[in-house]
Design a protein around this ligand. Sequence first.
Ligand code: FAD
Length: 465
Amino acid sequence: MPWPNAGHTVAVIEEGRHWRPAQFQRSNPWALRNLYQDQGARAAMGTGGFLPVNGGKGVGGSTLINSAISFKTPASVLKGWRENSGFNPKGDFERLLDEVWSTVGVIVNPEPIQGRNNTIFKQGAEALGLKGGWLERGAPGCTGCGACQIGCPSGGKNSVDRTFLAKALHTNRVGVYADCRVEDLPHDGARVSSATGRLMEPNAQAPAGGFEVKAKRFVLSGGPIGSPRLLKRAGLAPNEHVGQHLHFHPAAGVFGAFDEDILHWKGVSQGYYVDAWDEGYLLETSTVTPDLHYVGLGLPFGPELNAVMADLRKTASAGAMVHDEDTVGVVNANSISLEFGDGDRRRMLAGLRRCAEVYFAAGARYVVSSVAGAGVMRDMAQVNAQLHEDVSFSRITAISSHPMGTCRTGDDPAESVVDPSGLVWGTDNLHVADASVFPSSLGVNPQITVMACGLMIGAEAAARV
Ligand SMILES: Cc1cc2nc3c(=O)[nH]c(=O)nc-3n(C[C@H](O)[C@H](O)[C@H](O)COP(=O)(O)OP(=O)(O)OC[C@H]3O[C@@H](n4cnc5c(N)ncnc54)[C@H](O)[C@@H]3O)c2cc1C
């Protein structure tokens, strides 16, 4: 095909579309079809359960569908990465985090748009004296419509296409080629010569021709599932670590029913958190649309489920996100395998119990959870009996939105996939820059760390052109 190159120095190639906020349709089925990897059906399977692994598709990647929650890399994690993996040899990662923070425009959204789902959780957490606070978010123009995860229709969220990429496009030295799926990276063993793939017909997302992009240097940012798959497919995996060490931040939900209207789908989608990082989890409020709420409840079809759904307006929603330590995942060519760790399972149940406690402290009449068979729980005695630490993983409807670690960084070529500059070991001109280069699980929502990795590795790649 004739390539529409107008002298750009960088071509950004993305399999999904390049959207404008006004095109987002505030509909789950539409978003799953158009903005989610595998139309929302991507999942890891293994030890007695399965775990949906959400990811975005489109220019901006998962930031198109994320909640914009912003945390800097925890200092203890960064210290471990530096000491054990040679991460950030120039020692400027903190400065890069600051640069990301200001570019993304991270703020706390004002209380009037937070919505009752967030303020009632705050009320319960404060009554218990728990450490926590408003979630800082890269959504300075948020209107509190609750639609972050199906595409921000107001443009109030600063997804990457609206920040770093918009700045790059202004230089006129960058071209974005959407609807282009990279399928191979032809090479001579060490040096990649081009990226080849298929053009996707934008509406059907069906193959509609081929392309080849020749360049001096390549940066792979297909995300922690896409990047290792492409490395393996192209025959560029330096060792067996490619696709291994997948961390998830698994999360599951608890819902509290109150005497007042909560309308948890209105307001900031995720606005308040409880910091139990030292115990291995964070609690974060969450917004889900009624259809997703219905499938997330661990209740059998029948009168009890119907009664809980009838309380929907008065129901608040939050969840526990685990800093996974003993869960192991592997990205294979067509599947993702999972061995859910016993410690992580216990930490998740501890988080769910704590979440229930927060709701009771705020005056909840009852709580339900995404643990199958736990039923309606009217006090902490019932919660402790139902969400006890022996509940099996197969009973927990958990999800993951933060895959990471599948092309981990290190200074030992036998133990890692990329060197500290993001260069794939054994190659001359192929870097990886996305959440797959994390040397370990992060423990907090990752977008700020991912973007800072992008700045760090992008600078390394640019310096070598
Ligand atoms: C529902 C959801 C909510 C989240 N909420 C938050 C939050 O509030 N705060 C936070 O910090 N983090 C959040 N995250 C996580 C955060 O968005 C991700 O960790 C981050 O965006 C990962 O960046 P990445 O570059 O690794 O991959 P991605 O952002 O997933 O980007 C990968 C891109 O590569 C494209 N791609 C893959 N393979 C190919 C190929 N072969 N050819 C062409 N293109 C390809 C994909 O289509 C995708 O657009 C959330 C994620 C999800 C899914």
